[in-house]
Write a protein that binds this ligand. Structure first.
Ligand SMILES: [Ca+2]
Ligand SMILES: [Ca+2]
Length: 251
């Protein structure tokens, strides 16, 4: 979907009755043509609280290319997350007579890369021989029950006492920045836990004025040891109010 223009020309076919424009004509013989692919990300609406194991991506290639020629081990989600090695398969799940490669990604890792939104663009990249492609899809990402930043305008909710933003960058290696804001001065604590719930590091534990604050984490546990790749959770607590988000350390 993203690279077709580079390999296309606009044909003007002159007929007796007038001019017919065929803007999407692509030459199969063009040696430098960039491969076009389409992506169907499943599910269409990703629940960040779900404990499902995988998300699934179906990749169709443009006419003349075989999805069997995609190396599944080279497929990445949003330029960083590799597909799981098994299971993959080639089939036609949407019954449009175009075969597609099915690959899966670890759901928790995908969720850690996405912030809630009604129209979130996701993409996968891979190679077929010497040609690379990126295919995009748009999904809804949500956190049921009004979790982190899920549609803050809905339900007339009061302004939160503490607001925790998605870290930047995410995924990260090894450093990332977390921003949070509180409505009043007071004691604030910001902890990082691993996916098993063990405390990894305490980044903030003291008095903070109200307003916005930035905290950097260098990917080290409290004892100074660099932590392993994986999903982690960071939580800020102030005056009995708490917010939690996920993030992904990817080495
Ligand atoms: Ca879909
Ligand atoms: Ca198909």
């Amino acid at each position: 979907m993203t690279t077709r223009a580079a390999a296309c020309v606009t044909l003007a076919i002159i007929l007796a009755a007038g001019v017919l424009l065929a803007p999407d004509f692509c030459s199969a013989q063009e040696p430098d043509s960039l491969l076009t692919a389409t992506l169907d990300f499943d599910p269409d609406a990703l629940n960040l609280k779900s404990n499902g194991r995988w998300v699934t991506c179906y990749i169709e290639l443009s006419d003349g290319y075989d999805p069997n020629d995609i190396d599944p081990s080279g497929v990445t989600f949003m330029d960083s997350l590799p597909a799981v090695e098994h299971p993959t398969s080639v089939g036609d799940h949407d019954e449009d007579d175009i075969m597609e490669l099915m690959v899966k990604f670890v759901r928790a890792d995908v969720g850690a890369m996405l912030a809630p939104g009604d129209s979130v663009e996701v993409w996968v990249s891979a190679e077929v021989g010497s040609l690379a492609f990126t295919a995009t899809d748009t999904i809804r990402v949500f956190w049921p029950g009004g979790g982190p930043d899920d549609d803050p305008d809905a339900g007339g909710e009061q302004q939160r006492f503490v607001r925790l933003d998605q870290n930047v960058p995410n995924p990260f290696n090894p450093k990332t920045t977390i921003s949070f804001a509180t409505l009043a001065a007071g004691h604030v604590r910001l902890d990082v836990h691993d996916a098993a719930g063990h405390l990894v590091a305490t980044l903030v534990n003291g008095h903070f004025e109200d307003g916005e604050h930035l905290v950097e984490w260098d990917g080290r546990a409290s004892n100074g040891t660099p932590v392993a790749s994986g999903v982690y959770f960071y939580s800020v607590t102030a005056d009995g109010h708490s917010e939690t988000r996920r993030f992904l350390l990817l080495k």
